[in-house]
Write a protein that binds this ligand. Sequence first.
Ligand code: BTN
Length: 334
Amino acid sequence: MLKEEVLRALEERPGERVTGGDLARRLNVSRTAVWKAVNALKREGISISSARNSGYRFEGHNNVLADRGIRKALRTRLLGNRIELLKTVDSTSSYLKKLDPATLQEGFVVVADGQTAGRGRRGRPFRSPGGEGVYMSVLLKPDLPLADIRFLTIGAALAVCSAVEKTCGVSPQVKWVNDIYCRGRKLCGILTEGSVSAELQTMNHVVVGIGINTGILDREVGDLAISLRELTDAGDIRNLLIAEVLNAMEIVYTALTADGRRQELLEAYREKLFVIGQEVEVAAPGENYPAVAVGLDETGGLMVRDGSGRIRHLCSEEISVRVSGRPGGSAFHL
Ligand code: BTN
């Protein structure tokens, strides 16, 4: 497409002005066609300055998700072998699941600039305003027993932590099992959904959905959420962040599926957990109870000590961290 070629030609000469005539000659099109292509790029949010008679200058990608921007930093063989970029979608995970994953190659990734019906765990909505976050879903077809599905969430959490560290220089922490926090506020949520073979007790496919706040947060989230914007002045790093999440996820995934290095993964995950030793409120089907998080078992389940001193192993329950000093010792999601 001409606009892609114009962009490439401008990117090749950073900081320099290139005249419309030069571009037209090089690309063998008219100056009007160049002008139209530049306007289309500007409408997509790519910053190109133009000055009468002296031409166009590429000023940078302005918060635009771009396949090329992602691929520049992608070092994977499997994850991201195909990436579909969408402007808006209800939910990247719902979209991927509707595409019929059985027919798709493992590693297929859907990324959206914004979601209109982003989903979190337990049917909760996940706020996904356009341009203000990374919303991505990755299709996996792991050759693992069903019981291991939690390791995929654990691996994705480690991958997000590593990608955030790499791109922003900050070290996030994890609230078991799927939430990433910085400075006590939620930065990212992960939703792992699978289609299983009941007969074989294996996974047919798994969709790992990742939502990371990168831009301006809605006021309603108050001080419960945080965005990378507050943590780094690196500007818009969404393309790079997506690539680094996939890079890290592939390493973790390979370790899990091929090398069977799950003890190492668990150890790395345990180090990232900030809830160990904390008072938590456990939300289990039919009961809520206070407990203290005491460790992680070999399946990635959180171990808590309840009020009667009994150690319980959590699977799909949710925890919230109890904040001491709050009236009534109330619990809330950090
Ligand atoms: C949670 O916080 O409970 C999990 C949130 C997961 C959000 C991501 S954004 C990309 C993908 N699409 C969705 O609808 N949800 C996940």
